[in-house]
Design a protein around this ligand. Structure first.
Ligand SMILES: NC(=O)c1ccc[n+]([C@@H]2O[C@H](COP(=O)([O-])OP(=O)(O)OC[C@H]3O[C@@H](n4cnc5c(N)ncnc54)[C@H](O)[C@@H]3O)[C@@H](O)[C@H]2O)c1
Length: 268
């Protein structure tokens, strides 16, 4: 069984100013990794709370919604860390509702942040990783990327694309030494989950369908998956059963999801 120890490794985590990304950066640092935390805001404060001497944890202000933003992040992080061993594309947005109501600008931002940022980061990182024959690309998608998200078309599509991209990378570059992990949780107790309370009916799905985990629980599962170099991280283990259900009887699965949607919308 492969073992990827984080001790002595370098890691970059996006969306690390709060929530799951903050918990991931803290967990990687606790394992002995030298970390760069990146976010639109908050990353510097979290980094200095991890290591006030700013020697093993650094915060960077970064906007990963453009290719230039990803290139700048990879360049700046490489100046701080030297080679980047692990890049965790965790930043995400939970924008949008249904096909009729979601503005084009929300579709664009959802794809830029939840999908294109992954390939822009990979594009910047792969040349050096292929040269070394070693690199680790991890991403946060969602159980919505495996199963669909009631109430949000952009979230469903972008998270499914993120899972597909992780699989594609693992297939295409695995023989060249690339390791890939994709995190697919259901509800996690962060600002994004609670924003859904008011903004999108789909935000309430997790309250009906799953336990809400703490970011630290999820980060613990991620460290274990990275140690094992495992592709999928399913902090809610029932998601694996749902995946089997969707494959074995998709029509019945959709029927069950329609029923759940009626409950979420208050129709039942
Ligand atoms: N909370 C959940 O229930 C849940 C479930 C499944 C998947 N996820 C995914 O987990 C990841 C982390 O989300 P979270 O739950 O911690 O929510 P969160 O909203 O607390 O964190 C998301 C972070 O991404 C950052 N971000 C957004 N756009 C960015 C940009 N352009 N550049 C840089 N950073 C940007 C935000 O500033 C924020 O700090 C997301 O990809 C989300 O889709 C969350």
């Amino acid at each position: 069984m492969p073992i990827m120890e984080l001790d002595g490794r370098t890691a970059v985590v996006t969306g690390a100013g709060r929530g799951i990304g903050e918990a991931l950066a803290r967990a990687f640092h606790a394992e002995g990794a030298h970390v760069v935390l990146a976010d639109l805001e908050g990353a510097e404060d979290v980094a200095s709370s991890i290591d006030p001497t700013v020697q093993t944890a650094h915060g960077l202000r970064a906007d990963i919604s453009t290719e230039a933003g990803n290139v700048e992040l990879v360049t700046a992080a490489t100046e701080i860390l030297g080679d980047i061993d692990l890049f965790f594309a965790n930043a995400g947005v939970g924008l949008g509702t249904d096909v009729l109501s979601t503005p084009e600008s929300d579709w664009e931002l959802a794809f830029d942040v939840n999908v294109h940022s992954h390939r822009w980061a990979a594009k910047a990182l792969l040349p050096r990783w292929l040269e070394r024959g070693d690199g680790y690309f991890a991403s946060t998608a969602s159980a919505a990327g495996l199963l669909a998200q009631i109430g949000s078309a952009p979230y469903t599509l972008t998270k499914r694309a993120a899972v597909a991209f992780a699989e594609y990378l693992a297939i295409t570059y695995g023989d060249a030494g690339l390791k890939v992990t994709c995190l697919c949780p259901q509800g996690v107790n962060t600002q994004m989950l609670h924003a859904g309370d008011e903004a999108a009916p789909g935000g309430n799905v997790v309250k009906l369908a799953a336990d809400v985990l703490e970011p630290e629980d999820v980060a613990r599962d991620v460290v274990a998956a990275i140690n094992d170099e495992r592709l999928l991280v399913l902090p809610h283990p029932e998601v694996a059963d749902y995946m089997q259900f969707t494959a074995s009887d998709p029509d019945r699965w959709v029927g069950g999801m329609r029923k759940l949607q009626r409950r979420v919308m208050g129709a039942e």
